[in-house]
Design a protein. Sequence first.
Length: 56
Amino acid sequence: MTSPTGEIYRIDWLPGTDLLHGTCHCGAEHTAQDPIEMWEWMLGHPDGHQPRGSDS
């Protein structure tokens, strides 16, 4: 058994749409229609997104 990392990834479906809204453990957010795109974005951390409040 592996130990937990403490990283929480969250994906919510936006009711009434075909959109998924994801929040990475760093606080960055992303919206996509394709679940595969969403997971690639999340698991590709940190490529493709910056933490909330980051200047870059």
